[in-house]
Design a protein around this ligand. Structure first.
Ligand SMILES: [Fe+2]
Length: 206
């Protein structure tokens, strides 16, 4: 009686995850670099509650592990971009990366926020303390659409209100910077350490 003539998925939100090879050695070196930074600066207060948030652009530092992470982050951003478009080669654009380190001790968390002005945001998980149960260390993304709650009855994943994941150490998570997200309190004794970054593309001059 009817024939479907079109099915479109409008306004999707990409979420990508990558695993960094040799991440254990990289993370050890990043932790040492982070300890040095913490001894040099007090950090800043942003979306973090408790904990330490490095100031300035982490990627301005030229220490080997920071450079190595920057290369991995750039690769992740390029790969994510290629996943969402074939009309632009992201390598023909200029990419600005701005990064910072978050150290969340027990009880530390991040309130809901977006990263305005950037295209992509990403997080590298330097350390993710093990837990037996609960939501400790999880990052939760909140749907950018309103009025979704009555869709719950249809159990359609595209119309869910939130998506919660618990990335492992060594993973890079990439998502659009407009996506509202927050981090559950760290319930473990050990610090939860992440390096977050924003990637912004622009047209090269000339
Ligand atoms: Fe964030």
């Amino acid at each position: 009686m009817i024939e479907e003539t079109k099915f479109e998925k409008l306004f999707s939100t990409p979420l990508l995850r990558f695993k960094v090879a040799n991440h254990a050695a990289l993370s050890r070196a990043l932790l040492a670099e982070g300890a040095m930074m913490q001894s040099e600066e007090d950090g800043v207060s942003k979306s973090n509650r408790l904990g330490w948030h490095s100031s300035g652009n982490l990627f301005d530092r030229n220490a080997d592990p920071i450079v190595e992470l920057r290369v991995a982050a750039e690769m992740a951003i390029l790969a994510a971009t290629r996943r969402i478009t074939t009309k632009v080669d992201p390598e023909t654009l200029k990419m600005k990366l701005f990064g910072w380190m978050n150290v969340n001790p027990q009880g530390g968390y991040n309130v809901p926020h977006t990263h305005p002005g950037a295209h992509w945001s990403g997080v590298y998980y330097v350390s993710q303390p093990e837990i037996d149960e609960g939501n400790s260390g999880m990052i939760e993304f909140l749907a950018p659409r309103t009025d979704l709650s009555h869709w719950a009855i249809l159990k359609a994943s595209a119309f869910s209100l939130k998506k919660r994941i618990r990335p492992a150490a060594g993973e890079i998570v990439v998502f659009p910077s407009y996506l509202l997200h927050w981090v559950y309190p760290n319930e473990a004794d050990a610090d939860r350490v992440t390096i977050a970054f924003n990637a912004t593309f622009s047209k090269p001059k000339g």
